[in-house]
Design a protein around this ligand. Structure first.
Ligand code: HDD
Length: 750
């Protein structure tokens, strides 16, 4: 234990001068024995009260776990070798002719190490480069045999292993998590009949209707090609130039400017398959289907000012949140719901279900819950799993099929194609994270990086030499749904695709006033960043077709007059079936009312009331929240009663934007905090972002100092003399309310 506390390297002097000629002490003597591994400081949400076991058996997705076990490697207790298994005597210095002499070309150990390092990176994804993933399982809760023969939906209680990757779209691999952007929600199901990839987003619609426009969209959205700016942001000329010339993007723009684009957590956002897919049952009968993932924790978002600041103090905000929650046993969970309808139903809708810029309102076709998704294990290795996982919309299983959505058609090609260059060849399906649990047998052979060792002479079909194997599965295999096709070849779109505004209006009109205000502010922000005035005006003319109120509000924010509305592509606007859809508001899904995994700051300094801190910590932990003690610096704090409390983080490392709520206990510490501009800023930001705040005893003085009234307080600002059970209950309830919209003003008052 003493060695662990003092991790110096006793071997170090031996690297210099004459001593270098003697061979290094081999493991496990010397340094390795002297320096016991230092346990890494816990970054886990240690406050989360949970009794879930972390044993592999409890991870619930045994089959995939076992398959990956084959390739896991662990260097514990092992000697260092080259890639070819040759033991390495000295990993500190290159081979040289004399201590001050030239390095030698024959140093194959150095060359292998550097060469491998030189090739450690693979191309990042052209879109969705930044992402985080986790393992888990899908559990079917309702047998769906009537509508699909997909094995994973065959019976209630059936579990299928999954690997799920969340992502932003525009930013590069190292970009911030809290950019205003669409989030990817890609699920790989390792079913017994092969892998099914449901590659969706956290928004149910898309910017364009036809894959032909995808490269244009992405070129316009990504950093501009001449100067590679801006990173992970849509607020620039080329994006708004493009979308304002593409009225079909209007509906998605409303979603992208809404709070959906700045989620509080991956664990608190919905997911959607976007396209209309097809379920096919054992009799070959098809039903159209839309997929919805709904988080158990409810749908919650950041506010823009907060998102901007988080990207500075924790660019890994969402990655860390997902990782910490899973490490703490706080497994994120979603319900899978489906909207089921027939071709006949669809033919009567005012919109075309093949148009990915349209959703099917839940008031028109209800969402039926059919299963749940639980993420219960973090990857062992980011590169091997999260980076190398290859999602492809072409990965379907029997019982699920495409429709003729022209955006989907292009995707069926694009994903497989992109993996060929991203993962370096046609055998990416053999990478452990991509390999199906279902057996693979075919006559495809060879290619770069082939792992399988195929036996025998036969790699063709039909054959007699191999007994006709592998044989066709016939009706038991995947058979494409026999949709009749008889038409002229042409480039064009169906008439119903030409209506671009009904659902944008539906979305805007279904938001709460606070959500509408955020949408207007987002348009104002993004268009203020646009440098070409004509583009601003064009967007305003587009918005007039959505909502006159919205257009007027954004115009006002830009100091512009409202222009003529953009001419519509369709002369007669069809009547929308649904004019108001409460389900489209984030507020429609507050979650289960709990505060599990919410981060709550307790501000402390020398002289803080330790009893109040203890009461707060206990009350928050009892609800599964994560209290963090934040002081002027980390480490020990002398409390009022001279007991020692330990600050988990400092005002410098964890500012207010990283917390869902704040509490300031009383005691002399308040005076110290009142002299610290960072503590004042902490409270002001919590106030500005409409978060729950609690002052105990003379903690109220810090609020007053920050300009936050305690007498006649704004909504969500609580205070009490002491940490009584009743005030703690009210605080917990306030945290469960997430935010107090009524407190928000534009511009902010604090
Ligand atoms: Fe895509 C990645 C989702 C349209 C081409 N897309 C990608 C990922 C998600 C989506 C979640 C990341 C997968 C991962 O985590 O590895 N994309 C969508 C959705 C779309 C959509 C929901 C519309 C409904 N995408 C779309 C079109 C095309 C692509 C129309 C091309 C014609 N998408 C790609 C890609 C990517 C990709 C270039 C980049 C990396 C990858 O595939 O594996 O092939």
């Amino acid at each position: 234990a003493a060695a662990a506390a003092c991790p110096f390297n006793p071997d170090k002097p031996g690297e210099y001068g004459a001593d270098a000629a003697a061979p290094r002490a081999g493991s496990p003597a010397g340094y390795h024995a002297a320096v016991a591994p230092i346990a890494s400081a816990s970054t886990l949400a240690e406050g989360i009260a949970n009794d879930k076991t972390r044993s592999p058996a409890a991870r619930g997705q045994g089959a995939l776990d076992a398959a990956l076990a084959r390739v896991r490697t662990d260097a514990g207790g092992q000697r260092l070798t080259t890639n070819h298994g040759v033991p390495i005597g000295d990993n500190q210095s290159s081979l040289k002719a004399g201590l001050r002499g030239p390095a030698l070309l024959k140093d194959f150990i150095l060359r292998e190490k550097i060469t491998h390092f030189d090739h450690e990176r693979i191309p990042e994804r052209i879109v969705h480069a930044r992402g985080s993933a986790a393992h888990g399982y899908f559990e079917c809760l309702r047998a769906l045999g009537e509508v699909t023969r997909a094995a994973l939906f065959a019976e209630a209680g059936k579990r299928t292993p999954v690997f799920v990757r969340f992502s932003t779209v525009a930013g590069e691999r190292g970009s911030k998590d809290t950019a205003r952007d669409v989030r990817g929600f890609a699920v790989k199901f390792y079913t017994e009949e092969g892998n099914w990839d449901l590659v969706g987003n956290n928004m149910p619609v898309f910017f364009i209707q036809d894959a032909m426009k995808f490269p244009d969209l992405v070129h316009a959205l990504k950093p501009e090609p001449h100067n590679a700016m801006p990173q992970a942001a849509s607020a620039h000329d080329t994006f708004w130039d493009f979308v304002s010339l593409m009225p079909e993007s209007t509906h998605m723009l409303l979603w992208a400017m809404s709070d959906r684009a700045i989620p509080r957590s991956y664990r608190m956002m919905q997911g959607f398959g976007v396209h209309t897919f097809r379920f096919v049952n054992a009799d070959g009968v098809a039903t159209l289907v839309k997929f919805h993932w709904t988080p158990k924790l409810g749908t919650h978002s950041l506010v823009w000012d907060e998102a901007v600041k988080i990207s500075g103090c924790d660019p890994d905000f969402h990655r860390r949140d997902l990782w910490d929650a899973i490490e703490a046993g706080e497994f994120p969970e979603w319900e899978l719901g489906v909207q089921l309808f027939t071709e006949d139903d669809a033919s009567r809708f005012s919109f075309d279900v093949l148009d990915a810029t349209k959703l099917v309102p839940e008031e028109l076709v209800p969402v039926t819950p059919i299963g749940r998704l639980v993420l219960d294990r973090n990857p062992d290795n980011f590169f091997a799993e999260t980076e190398q996982v290859a999602f492809c919309t072409a990965h379907l299983v029997p019982g699920i099929d495409f429709t003729n959505d022209p955006l989907l058609a292009g995707r069926i090609h694009s994903y497989v194609d992109t993996q060929l260059s991203r993962l370096g060849g046609p055998n990416f399906h053999e990478l452990p994270i991509n390999a199906p649990l279902a057996p693979v047998h075919n006559n495809q052979r060879d290619g770069m990086h082939r792992q399988a060792v195929h036996r025998g002479a036969v790699s063709y079909e039909p054959n007699s030499l191999g007994g006709g194997c592998p044989f066709q599965a016939g009706a038991a295999g995947f058979t494409a749904f026999p949709e009749p096709v008889a038409a002229d070849e042409l480039r064009g779109k169906p008439e119903r695709f030409a209506e671009h505004y009904n659902q944008a209006t539906l979305f805007f009109d279904s938001q709460t006033p606070a959500e509408q205000a955020h949408i207007a502010a987002a348009f104002r922000f993004e268009l203020s960043k646009v440098t070409v005035p004509a583009i601003r005006t064009r967007v305003l003319s587009q918005l007039r077709n959505v909502s006159e109120a919205l257009a007027a509000r954004v115009a006002d924010g830009l100091g512009l007059a409202v222009p003529e509305s953009m001419p519509r592509a369709l002369a007669d606007t069809p009547q929308a079936e649904v004019r108001h859809s409460p389900a489209l508001s984030l507020r429609a899904r507050p979650g289960d009312g709990g505060i599990r995994s919410r981060r709550v700051a307790i501000l402390v300094a020398d002289g803080t009331d330790a009893a109040a801190v203890a009461a707060l910590v206990d009350a928050l932990r009892a609800e599964g929240a994560v209290p963090r003690l934040i002081g002027p610096r980390v480490g020990q704090i002398a409390a009022r009663d001279r007991s020692a409390i330990v600050a988990d983080a400092s005002l410098e490392t964890e500012p207010g934007v990283l917390f869902d709520a704040v509490a300031v206990p009383g005691g002399k510490g308040v005076a110290t905090l009142a002299r610290d501009g960072r503590a004042i800023e902490f409270l002001r930001e919590q106030f500005r972002h409409a978060k729950p705040m609690l002052a105990l005893g003379d903690g109220g003085a810090l609020f007053e100092r920050a300009g936050i009234a305690i007498a006649d307080p704004a909504p969500g600002v609580l205070s009490a003399k002491s940490a009584s059970a009743s005030i703690l209950r009210r605080f917990v309830k306030a945290i469960a309310a997430h935010r107090f919209d009524a407190r928000e003003t534009d511009p902010p008052s604090v």
